[in-house]
Design a protein around this ligand. Structure first.
Ligand code: HEM
Length: 439
């Protein structure tokens, strides 16, 4: 990694000893970054917890780094902080090695597999939503995280919704996620990293035992599909590869979808006109099954989802590491430099979106198509080789959720709309208390 001196020519705000810009950025991540862009331009350096990063800002930077035509940008090096808990997952792989593994993973995302996941998810989603009370305030964020985790047990792992194993597995997943965000990076007993390492061990050993059975019998859940996954040349994974890829997959799927649903529900509760529009859209589907044809008709719901992802992207920053020296916008950037892309800030730029802080899902209609102003203006799922492989699955999950909820209920806020913490992962302060009522 280059020293501070090697980055001396890159502009940036003065840094405090040890903590650098950490506190300022955590306190108001977007405001601070917008201010730095105004002061220093699209290339500037910051220091988070002792690590110097060069920020490359705007849609052109996203295009350069994510398309990565010259194999200049390593995702493995960028996501270094995930290495202890999620080694061997797609995000922690680069170039040919990554492409070969992504081809195998693709088998678990083919259309017929996604149809089976949807069938498995439909009933479970209805049962879980049924347990949410009418007329009694509760915190949506906590409830939806619990829902997606329990649903994940069924859809990702083929486990029953409840029961001791599902609960242990869910606890271990949460311990892993907390560890990946922990400030103390060594597994000192009782720290989040220690719990995360323990969680990883538990998950590996639990799922390792299931592999022979799933290989023999298959199943309509992600884990079974990954046990059987083969690329077009018939290449699959050994046990350790399945376990590593699966471990990263459940992390990548979990908080992201829960966050998007939280932003959507806050928006629907705050904009009753939009809630009515989506309720009408859902009513227009009739009482039949929520199959591919029905979900494809939910175009307004899709636009609300896209707008939620624009306003509060669940992955607010994308890290990479330079594999070689390169030059961009007048600056020489040395090999080994940690780089940060900030899609959330680009998606709030008036250069691409009118009144960018306003909730306005119609900006995605074909007539306005503001997201098309630049190929990389709207990038909540990233782009290029590492573009989110779960994008279609998460869209399906979100549509199923909205249809199942609005068929029976209406939602309102039970407190003032929350402020959002943006870093390290977005969260509504106060958890978004809501009130449900019968439709
Ligand atoms: C709203 C929901 C989601 C959002 C916003 C989201 C966002 C992202 C982003 C930005 C990346 C690229 C990161 C990078 O380039 O460094 C990514 C990668 C990934 N996502 Fe998602 N994701 C979501 C849901 C899901 C779901 C549901 C799954 C699994 C079913 C999933 C699995 C993955 C995997 C495995 C990768 C790594 C792909 C690779 O490296 O080739 N994601 N996601």
């Amino acid at each position: 990694m280059p020293t501070k001196a090697a980055l001396a020519h890159i502009p940036g705000p003065p840094a405090l000893p040890l903590i650098g810009h950490t506190l300022t950025i955590v306190k108001d991540s977007y405001g601070t970054q917008q201010d730095y862009i105004r002061r220093y331009g699209p290339v500037y350096k910051t220091n988070m917890l002792g690590v110097w990063r060069v920020n490359l800002c705007g849609a052109d930077a996203m295009e350069l780094v994510l398309l990565d035509r010259k194999e200049l940008f390593s995702s493995e090096g960028g996501w270094d902080a995930l290495k202890r808990i999620y080694p061997g997952g797609l995000l922690l792989q680069d170039f040919d090695h990554h492409r070969a593994n992504r081809r195998i993973m693709q088998a678990a995302f083919r259309a017929s597999a996604i149809r089976d996941y949807r069938l498995r998810m439909t009933g479970a989603m209805a049962d879980l939503l049924e347990s949410w009370p009418n007329g009694e305030p509760f915190c949506f964020y906590k409830a939806v995280k619990d829902l997606t985790l329990r649903l994940g047990g069924a859809v990702f792992m083929g486990l029953p919704l409840d029961g001791p194993l599902a609960r242990q597995v869910n606890r271990a997943i949460q311990d892993e996620i907390r560890a990946s965000l922990a400030v103390i990076r060594h597994p000192i007993p009782l720290t989040p990293m220690w719990r995360g390492v323990r969680g990883r061990h538990f998950l590996r050993e639990t799922f390792r035992k299931l592999i022979p059975e799933r290989r023999a019998q298959g199943g309509d859940d992600f884990f079974s599909q990954m046990c059987l996954a083969r690329d077009e040349d018939g290449r699959g994974w050994d046990e350790d590869q399945i376990l590593d890829q699966f471990n990263l997959l459940i992390m990548a799927a979990h908080d992201t979808t829960a966050t998007a649903l939280t932003v959507m529900i806050e928006a629907l509760a705050s904009h009753p006109d939009w809630q009515d529009r989506l309720a009408d859209e859902v009513a227009g589907l009739g009482d039949g099954p929520l199959d591919e044809d029905a979900l494809a008709k939910m175009t307004q719901t899709n636009n609300v989802f896209r707008e939620a992802l624009r306003l509060v992207p669940p992955v607010p920053f994308i890290p990479r590491q330079a594999t070689r020296d390169f030059h961009w916008r007048g600056f020489d950037i040395p090999a080994g430099t940690s780089l940060a892309l900030n899609p959330g800030v680009t998606m709030l730029s008036p250069e691409h979106f009118t009144s960018p802080t306003t909730f306005d899902p119609d900006r995605f209609t074909p007539e306005r198509a503001e997201d098309q102003s630049h190929k990389f203006a709207w990038t909540p799922f990233g782009g290029g080789a590492h573009k989110c492989i779960g994008m279609h699955f998460s869209t399906l999950q979100v549509k199923l959720f909205v249809a199942t909820l609005l068929r029976k209920r209406r939602v309102q806020l039970a407190a003032a709309a929350p402020e959002w913490q943006r870093m390290p992962i977005p969260k509504p302060k106060g958890g978004l208390p809501i009130l449900l009522s019968p439709a």
